[in-house]
Design a protein around this ligand. Structure first.
Ligand code: PLP
Length: 411
């Protein structure tokens, strides 16, 4: 008799985005003339940089020629791409990261989940609340949690609340945790971490032999030159941190798929016999066995991000979205709303007015302005009373949506 992984039954049925779709569809049916603007989705809208497209076209031509055709590539990614990443993203910032410590993949979402393959079952795991749901659900699937309560919290996870009171950066726990997920710049709150804050986490992790999973998917949106882009800018991080990066949000690769994970060779964790094992070796083994690399064509596209033209085009893309974020911030503030984030991140985190719940504010915005955002409570219990607006959209949509909000909300 075939048995399932019962842990999947613990998952709260995909609630957030299906529920948003249900409410939007019901409203659209009742109001067929309403021009609904969706500022809820965390997906990019602007086309791929030309440098990336040209590199991929050339790579396709190479695939059509017996002399330059490529079959299976290295499971870890091509050396030329890993070298460029090591130089531009890490060594240029003073981070001691070697190309051999970089693993190319088809997405940070998968890597964030897959990384649990190499960790044991009795780790204490900490996530912030609110949080990117992938960190939580992959731990549920892996059997690292108990059941969910009515607030959406899973037994066995340590939730670190983040709110305006702590600048959306979690307090360092006073208990021992083994695995810690940090995401800066943050999805959903748009918050950033200073070097001092990350240093406190690195010091904590080293004191407790913990591992930090650092998700830097939005590092390219940092404009403040004092803020760290990588956790490896922090002394000691090579001994306690794995970093996830992606081409999805900086170069618009959400549909093209390329990302990377950094596992320093100095990183170890305990085997059950008490010995120290290099995590690099385990991840290398895991990837070599379960993964066959990202397509040659896509890796050439990612490599082009580091060309002069690619760098200029990516910068222009980021500037475009960050101008959207600035407009959103300014207009919502003018409409009398309290906003956070949106300065070094493409998300604006809004405090709902008059104590409205996240979902009540969602309905109000949908019904009065025909604008869709994402209820903060969908990212965790402590997201209640907040609302996420994404800067990933056309200028026209952002301006129209903000004009409607100003019109309805300005006292
Ligand atoms: C978009 C995003 C990613 C990137 O995921 P990919 O699978 O590389 O597209 C990673 N982390 C967070 C928090 C994100 O929002």
């Amino acid at each position: 008799m075939a048995k399932i992984n019962d842990n999947y039954l613990k998952l709260k049925a995909g609630y957030l985005f299906p529920e948003i779709a249900r409410r939007v569809n019901a409203f659209a049916q009742a109001n067929p003339d309403a021009a609904i603007i969706r500022l809820g989705i965390g997906d990019v809208t602007e086309p791929l940089p030309e440098a990336c497209r040209l590199a991929m076209v050339q790579a396709v031509a190479e695939m059509g020629n017996r002399e330059t055709f490529k079959g299976y590539g290295p499971e870890q990614g091509y050396e030329w791409l890993r070298e460029k990443i090591a130089q531009h993203d890490f060594q240029a910032r003073g981070c001691d990261i070697d190309a051999s410590e970089i693993f190319i993949s088809d997405g940070s979402k998968c890597d964030c989940g897959n990384i649990l393959d190499i960790f044991g079952k009795d780790n204490t795991i900490a996530v912030t609340d609110p949080v990117y749901p992938v960190y939580v659900d992959t731990n549920v699937m892996a059997g690292n949690t108990g059941e969910v309560n009515e607030k959406g919290e899973y037994a066995g996870l340590v939730y670190l609340p983040i709110s305006a009171e702590n600048n959306f950066t979690a307090e360092i726990p006073n208990q021992r945790v083994d695995l810690i997920y940090l995401c800066f710049p943050n999805n959903p709150t748009g918050a950033t971490a200073t070097k001092e804050h990350l240093q406190a986490w690195v010091d904590y992790a080293r004191a407790h032999n913990s591992i930090i999973f650092f998700d830097a998917a939005y590092e390219a949106f940092i404009s403040d030159s004092n803020l760290p882009h990588s956790i490896y800018e922090i002394p000691g991080a090579r001994e306690c941190a794995i970093e996830f990066r992606s081409f999805s949000k900086n170069a618009g690769f959400t549909g093209t798929r390329c990302a990377l994970t950094v596992v320093p060779k100095t990183l170890t964790a305990k085997a059950s016999d008490g010995s120290d094992v290099e995590l690099w070796k385990l991840w290398n083994r895991r990837q070599s066995t379960k993964f066959n690399g990202v397509s040659y064509i896509v890796q050439r596209g990612a490599e082009a991000v580091y060309s002069d033209a690619g760098q200029a085009q990516v910068k222009a893309l980021i500037n475009f979205y960050m101008e959207n974020a600035k407009i959103i911030r300014e207009q919502l503030t003018a409409a009398g709303l309290q906003v956070y984030g949106g300065v070094n991140a493409p998300y604006v985190w809004v405090k709902t007015p008059n104590g409205l719940s996240s979902w009540d504010f969602f309905d109000k915005l949908l019904h009065t302005c025909n604008v869709v955002g994402t209820p903060g409570s969908g990212f965790g219990a402590a997201g209640e009373g907040y609302f996420r607006i994404s800067a990933f959209n056309s200028r026209q949509n952002v301006e129209t949506a903000m004009a409607r909000i100003i019109d309805k909300f300005k006292a």
